[in-house]
Write a protein that binds this ligand. Sequence first.
Ligand code: 3HC
Length: 686
Amino acid sequence: MAPYIRRERRGSVAVVVVDNPPVNALSREVLEQLAAAVEEAAADGLITAVVLTGAGKSFIAGADISMFPRLAAGEMPPVPFQDYMNRIELCPKPVIAAIGGAALGGGLETAMACHYRIASAGAQLGQPEVKLGLIPGAGGTQRLPRLAGVEKAMEMCAFGETVGSQAAAELGLVDRVASGDVVEAAVEFARGAPPVRRTRDMREKLCDAESAESLAEVFRQMARRRMPHQKAPEAAIEAVLAAARGSFEEGLAAEARLFAACLNGEQSRALIHVFFAERAAAKIPGLRAPAQPDEVRRAAVVGAGTMGSGIAMCFADAGIDVWLSDASREGLERGLAGVRRQYEAAVRKGKLSGEEADRRLKRIRSADGMEGVAQADAVVEAVFEDPGVKREVFRMIGAAAPPAALLASNTSTLDIDMIAAATNRPEFVLGLHFFSPAPVMRLVEVVRGRATSDGAIAAAMALAKRLRKIPVAAGNCFGFIGNRMFLPYRTQAVSIAEQGGEPDRIDAALTSWGWAMGPLAVGDLIGHDVWLMIRREALRRGAGHIPVSAFEDELPRLGRLGQKNGFGWYRYDENRRGHPDEELIRLLREYAAARGIEQREWTAEQIRERTLLALVNEGARILDEGMALRAADIDVVFVHGFGFPAWRGGPMHWAEQAGKAKLLERLEALYDEEGPFWKPAAWWRR
Ligand code: 3HC
């Protein structure tokens, strides 16, 4: 068995180092070796105390997540997480955790099983298990309330947010924040012969069962709002509640039961799939490019509209200087004013300090014409979505940019090859498709044109990661991955409305299933003038298998642009809340009557079946054509760009779990009844 633990000695203090790169995750072997190392130190007569720490940047980033799917499938024996922690806690000599970086999940649980915790200033502590559809399973739900109180423990375990060292110290979770080397500080502390102090024995911070139950009710309500449909947050609240209700052992038993239920559920399988899919998406097999592409030091964004100025903020947020330009002085001023407003709002909400906002703002400089482009290592174009305008802008960018600069378009519908052909160096041109609002949304589609070089793709992936985005490689087809799939999905929703479906019930069928927004409401958000343009471009680009949803094309002519003018599928009030609109229904039914479209009743199940099958089948076509590298990449696009419920794992994962054979049968039935739109892609049979 490979050694995952290093033992060092500093006089009478044993330093036990978990060394399992990259993040010291706890596999069964690591846990076994760790508990054994602490016990060995305890048995050594020359040792008076133990310091436990992690090698590299992390303390311990939790249990090894890759074992959970195997545990759930019964492919490996259960791991007694709690027992390993008990072995550390029951050490008869003082054990001090020296936390130099991330102490997450099982990592924080290990630290809490130690008798004292000393953290460096930049450490992060938290129980993020809920983000994987799990709850802490190594005693965290019992030890955290004993150290930080029931309320804070419920909050941390139910929502998975981390805290920094200073906040942790104020909570009592950390005993000391070290300004210098954290292991040195812990060794020094250990030499002072602190008494053994076990978290399990602390009850002062636990409230009575009745108060805990009231807190639990508040957090349950919050969890239903913040993480609707998800089971883990409420399970975590339940487990913390058990700490206030009974003994430590009873609490551990409750935690173990709730942990097992989450582990064996579909939600954790889906969320763990998304965790690994997000990280795999950035890796493109077989790319011939340097592993470490040249770093982007300066960037330029051309076009200061909402997208352009948002993208400039992404650079500034990541510490990269950026020039912002626009065709008009007023456009540029408006863009910069918008940026300033957003940073001010972030300061007001306490998300940024005033100084940090100033620093970021200063990184965004205004440029005249191509002045910024001429000095940039990466250029992102975000001008009006018109082929003629884009071509002209790219001709100028190609003429002005330094020879090896990355030239990216933020187009969502246009052909990258057409754009690249306007430059003198198509090998450097690609798509970087950000989603709106750019500073918030983490997804970026990296679109490869016919001429794009491997080097440019590698540089774009690295750049997107530096911007703290999740890059997904996509082929240069209409709408790339996300918008291409979203179109047939929405088309089905519209078609159901044309055939008698009530718009609000169509949307509700999908939001109650977990989507963040219904497909018709999304149309109103984006604007029907924009949709009309997108659909025309789809037809022009040969995505003709997607039928045009005719009624929606009427909406702009009927003066219904969506949220922006208060009328679309819904009528909007001054707070932009949508309400069902009788006038819309009248127009819709008139439209159907004039064309002889048969009207019928629709159940939520039927609405979901059609829209979701249309979505997944388009994803399947994308895979058949090689426009996405992996099904999991499509899942990442939908979870991070389109509000698909992460706890269902993305559309392709969902289809796999629901049963491809069963879904294919339904697809074939629709194909027989209604024709080519439903033609199943080859992927279904693979
Ligand atoms: N298990 C297995 N692999 C892990 C891991 C974990 N807990 N945490 C990170 N990794 C892997 C990633 O998959 C990635 O692998 P790759 O290089 O092959 O793609 C590598 O470590 C680096 O991770 P990131 O790309 O995410 O690196 P960052 O520097 O951006 O972030 C981090 C580091 C903050 C530690 C982040 O990885 C993270 O949040 N990890 C997950 C933490 C977590 O959820 N812990 C709880 C686990 S469940 C648990 O502990 C249950 C317990 O209660 C019993």
